[in-house]
Design a protein around this ligand. Structure first.
Ligand code: AMP
Length: 593
């Protein structure tokens, strides 16, 4: 939806009233509609001569900084939110990162604070994490880079107070911070809040998930009563609606429907496998899923050797590598699309941009070089709105790459085991039964074959004196063929390998052992995940977290499940249904002070 305003400019000093300007009605209609389809930012860039920001009535300094940043047109959330915020209205917005929501609230607030001469901050933005606080503060700084004497200060935990205190002593327009540190500065009197006339809660649902509700309410209670309130949240659970009801005054409501990222439809998994077992592991994986598979390997040589190995076990396989001429490549892709080939073994370059809907599984046989390569590879499945699976092979040396990859892609990649004989045999059995059953259904549809089959049956019964069950057994035997039906190779290496790997990583201080425990925990559903706002940046380690939890609550170390430490937060699995008092204690725990 493109909104055009008829050259009318909304002045920055407008009263907090509902202007009946025609262009505003358009926005109000939008507001009534309450839903805006998210567009990718690229879509809104427009051509070089356009400047869709002119109509908001921003001063020249802001327009200049937007020009410097290369923004040409506002994103949908900016189109909807900026006029409301310029009027001083409260706002409740449902939007995710990537929609341009930061500029949506930062630009009108900067506009309002142009020429602000007061020493103490006027705007407070609260964010759940230190990372987001830094990011939002950086955005404010860049959008106000052409406005003279405009100051933004970020205050968050895990860093020295002194710099923050001295920054707060000087002239400040906007403070961006995380709840804990904001509270500390308010309590210490180092953050003067009497002048705050606007509060923004960014990623409110995340703040709630992290147990900040009480802190947020405490902070709101300290702030002057008469203030503009802006609340952004990626989701809108009842708790957020309740906060909005309690604190927001007749807010404009905006919902930006997010476009599901393709990778969200892909279930991402990894398995531990030592180098010399990789091919075995691959064959076992393909036992469970062999229709529409791409296997990514690092070298051309490997594409052919793996394809040959798979072909010898009866799969229909083709190769895609840099040596394959373009026309042959097109032919291969076409055959894959039509189902003449089920498996493709490819190098990264050769498979660039490959778009085949029926790809159900991507195997990262060799670890990808970087995040981009990984994202590209797994994006070959989960296409056209279908779901897909991606499996990453990880060896001993690649373990820390796996953690890096999870952090860089901000996704949790789930650990799975290499399928054992038992699993494979169950699958084979299931398939056999399915085939026989399907074949009996198909028979109903083909009258000609049906007559033929009845003839054969009569013949077997009369001439060979076979009864129904003998005939059925013989027919199934025919389907099985003369190969050994069940796998009975030694598969003890699978277990040994998994256990070894977990133990090793545990010795390394990694939390893989906890991960394997956690899988069981999840199976009996007795755990839930808590998010804490300390992480690698704060120098926190697994042991610190365990000791803090045990020391501050009555939770026993052995009942703590998986612990994952990210840059600025940690996820900890703790027993479900903890007592309220314990939960309150958890909210206050400190790690390494
Ligand atoms: P956000 O959702 O606020 O995290 O913004 C996502 C990204 O979009 C950031 O990199 C912004 O710099 C960028 N961005 C925000 N608004 C615009 C715009 N109107 N045109 C182009 N890029 C934008």
């Amino acid at each position: 939806m493109v909104l055009k305003k008829d050259g009318h400019s909304l002045g920055s000093k407008q009263e907090k009233s509902h202007n009946e300007d025609s262009s505003l009605k358009e926005f109000k209609n939008l507001d009534n509609k309450n839903e805006i389809e998210s567009q990718l930012l690229e879509v809104s860039k427009g051509d070089d001569n356009e400047n869709g920001f002119l109509d908001f009535g921003f001063n020249q300094s802001i327009l200049n900084s937007l020009k410097n940043k290369g923004y040409k047109n506002p994103t949908p959330i900016q189109k909807a939110a900026i006029p409301e915020l310029m009027l001083g209205r409260d706002l409740l917005g449902q939007a995710q990162t990537g929609t341009g929501k930061t500029a949506a609230f930062a630009l009108p607030l900067i506009e309002k604070l142009t020429d602000n001469k007061e020493l103490n901050a006027k705007v407070l933005v609260m964010t759940p994490t230190r990372e987001l606080a830094t990011q939002v503060a950086e955005s404010f700084k860049s959008y106000s880079s052409e406005s003279s004497n405009f100051k933004t200060v970020a205050i968050y935990g895990g860093t020295d107070y002194r710099n923050q205190i001295s920054a707060l002593k000087r002239k400040v327009d906007v403070v961006v911070g995380t709840p804990g540190r904001i509270m500390d500065h308010i309590r210490q009197g180092t953050f003067k809040i009497k002048g705050i006339n606007c509060l923004v809660l960014d990623e409110a649902d995340e703040m709630l998930n992290m147990g900040f509700l009480e802190d947020i309410e405490w902070i709101i209670d300290q702030l002057p009563e008469n203030k503009q309130m802006v609340l952004f949240s990626a989701t809108m659970p009842n708790e957020i609606r309740n906060i909005a009801k309690k604190y927001l005054n007749d807010p404009a409501e905006i919902l930006i429907k997010s476009v599901k990222k393709e990778t969200q439809l892909i279930s991402q998994k990894f398995l531990y496998v030592q180098r010399h077992h990789k091919l075995d592991a691959l064959k076992r994986i393909l036992e469970l899923n062999n229709e529409g598979v791409i296997i990514f390997v690092r070298t051309k040589l490997l594409t052919t050797s793996i394809a040959e190995a798979l072909e010898s076990t009866g799969h229909t396989v083709a190769v895609l590598n840099g040596d394959i001429p373009q026309n042959q490549r097109e032919n291969t892709v076409d055959r894959l699309k039509k189902g003449f080939i089920d498996i493709l073994v490819a190098t990264d370059v050769a498979a660039r941009g490959l778009d085949v809907d029926r790809i159900k599984l991507v195997v990262n046989y060799d670890f990808p070089f970087d995040k981009e390569t990984y994202t590209h590879r797994i994006g070959r499945t989960g296409r056209a709105g279908r779901s897909g699976e991606a499996i990453l092979f990880v060896n001993q040396r690649e373990k820390h790459f796996l953690r890096n990859l999870e952090n860089a892609t901000r996704t949790k990649i789930e650990e799975i085991n290499i399928p054992s004989n038992k699993i494979i045999n169950e699958k084979r059995m299931e398939k056999l039964i399915e085939n026989v059953n399907e074949s009996s259904l198909a028979k109903e549809e083909n009258e000609e074959n049906k007559a033929l089959i009845i003839d054969v049956l009569d013949n077997l019964k009369e001439k060979h004196s076979m009864d129904d069950s003998n005939i059925a057994m013989a027919a199934i035997n025919l389907v099985i063929g003369n190969k050994t039906f069940f796998v009975n190779e030694d598969d003890s290496w699978i277990n040994k390998q998994n256990n070894n790997d977990r133990n090793k990583s545990n010795r390394n201080g990694n939390n893989r052992m906890r991960n394997s425990n956690r899988r069981n925990n999840y199976q009996n559903d007795s755990f839930e995940t808590y998010k804490f706002n300390f992480g690698k940046f704060d120098g926190v380690r697994v042991a610190n977290i365990i000791s803090s939890i045990c020391n501050s609550t009555n939770i026993n170390g052995r009942s703590i499940g998986k612990i994952q430490i990210f840059n600025d937060y940690s996820l900890v699995d703790l027993p479900r249904d903890l007592h309220r008092e314990t939960k309150n204690k958890l909210k206050k725990i400190k790690v390494r002070n």
